[in-house]
Unconditional design. Structure first.
Length: 256
């Protein structure tokens, strides 16, 4: 039978797990009902509760201590769950850059996960990356990482130290670098097209180069995306594997 102390421990574990799954890829999708997310978080929390060394949990002697512990657990879960989203942000932004070169910057679709209008190419790459994430069992890896976090970050002991802050800033800045790397094959190709447009406009000033090359850019962009699709699959898969390893590095940094 669970007493009050065990219930508080289970509650704190639930806060870290649920806050991580709310912002994590796939689990944080709005397509998944809230009741399903809460039920999954509760199941995972109870399994982890059975494996946690309860003797390492500091005593909670006042309500304000419980509140501080709760805030720390929520913050730790949000940071860990948000870590893997950096790859998807980079992929989406890379698609936006590609769509801009393809003259599709005005062609936007609704992103139901974030409830915003987004570029159609960015959405295509985003959901492709999400499918790869599921195929490589990234959702299993996330739950394993959360379980590992309790071996490194004891309940109520998390603090946003300078190493954690610097690591998060570094990972956030890498989003733009990753986006340029992902979009670079098509950006370079369209750079050559833009040079050709400039040469044609100088040679034939009467020609409306913008209207003539617009269908060409659209067809060329679709062709290049289909041509480089295997490369994108390989690149995104390696990025997800790399960021799964960086998630362990983040957890070790948070527990230091």
């Amino acid at each position: 039978m669970i007493n009050v102390t065990d219930f508080i421990l289970l509650f704190l574990i639930f806060l870290r797990i649920s806050s991580a799954l709310v912002v994590a890829p796939f689990f944080g999708s709005r397509g998944i009902p809230v009741t399903v997310k809460l039920f999954l978080s509760l199941v995972v929390s109870y399994i982890i509760y059975l494996t946690v060394d309860k003797s390492l949990v500091p005593p909670i002697e006042a309500n304000w201590i419980l509140f501080v512990f709760a805030v720390k657990e929520v913050l730790a879960g949000l940071i860990m769950g948000f870590m893997l989203q950096f790859v998807f942000f980079a992929v989406n932004y890379a698609g936006t850059l590609i769509g801009f070169d393809m003259m599709l910057n005005m062609a936007e679709v609704l992103n139901p996960n974030e409830d915003i209008q987004s570029n159609i190419i960015g959405e295509f790459l985003y959901y492709g990356a999400l499918m790869i994430f599921i195929l490589i069992n990234g959702h299993h890896y996330l739950i394993q990482s959360l379980n590992y976090s309790y071996k490194v970050i004891q309940i109520g002991n998390f603090a946003v130290t300078e190493p954690v802050h610097l690591y998060l800033v570094k990972m956030t800045a890498s989003v733009f670098v990753l986006a340029i790397k992902i979009a670079s094959p098509i950006i370079v190709s369209f750079f050559l097209v833009h040079i050709a447009e400039g040469i044609i406009s100088r040679m034939i000033p009467q020609m409306q180069v913008f209207f003539v090359t617009q269908p060409l850019k659209l067809g060329l962009g679709i062709f290049l995306i289909l041509l480089t699709l295997p490369l994108y699959i390989y690149m995104i898969k390696n990025l997800l594997y790399d960021y799964e390893k960086r998630l362990y590095t983040l957890i070790n940094t948070m527990g230091a």
